[in-house]
Design a protein around this ligand. Structure first.
Ligand SMILES: [Zn+2]
Length: 188
């Protein structure tokens, strides 16, 4: 069983369960992906992260790096692609790690999981975890990337004022009334 950075497979699986709610295979695979990316960028570089799916993979980044959704050092693109990159936050130079479908021939359970060719409840989770632990980062492709300047920009809401309707502070760039009062509220 291949370790995930400083963690054994079992220890990382427990960490994933504690953070994610259950030991999701995707977060464990993501762990190998994050560690591979970390190995490929210079050790002393301050990096940010881009994750190309909102499912599972962001939690692997948050478990293994200082980049989180909340601190803004990780950006999540809802592409549904199982890939991430770590890049120099000043220059945008980095590496992108993905699951390479051509490398899944030897790992049928991982392939089944990725392509969802069988319903989750019919998948053999012991066999899947066994393959994940033996494959490690062998299923990954790595390539250098240059992140676009606009994608590197720090997100900001800008100036804050009070909504004319509910009175709550909100970004003035959204207009006189806040998004919720403007009809986008998730609440009745
Ligand atoms: Zn309002």
């Amino acid at each position: 069983m291949k370790p995930i950075g400083p963690y054994t497979f079992e220890t990382f699986k427990e960490k994933v369960a504690a953070f994610h709610g259950y030991p999701a295979p995707g977060v464990i695979i993501g762990g190998y992906m994050v560690v591979l990316a970390q190995e490929k960028i210079p050790r002393d570089v301050l990096f940010d992260a881009i994750v190309e799916t909102p499912k599972c993979l962001p939690d692997a980044v948050q478990l293994l790096t200082l980049c989180s959704y909340g601190n803004g050092w990780m950006k999540v693109y809802p592409f549904g692609r199982y890939a991430l990159s770590l890049y120099n936050k000043y220059t945008g130079e980095g590496v992108r790690v993905r699951i390479d479908p051509d490398r899944l021939k030897a790992w049928p359970h991982i392939e089944m999981w990725l392509f969802k060719t069988q319903p989750k409840k019919e998948q053999d989770s012991d066999a899947l975890f066994d393959e994940i632990a033996r494959a490690g980062a062998d299923i990954c492709g790595v390539a250098p990337v240059q992140v676009k300047e606009e994608a590197m920009k720090r997100f900001s809401f800008g100036d804050i004022g009070r909504c004319q309707k509910c009175g709550e502070p909100h970004p003035v760039k959204f207009g006189e009334v806040c998004k919720a009062c403007g009809g986008e509220s998730p609440y009745f």
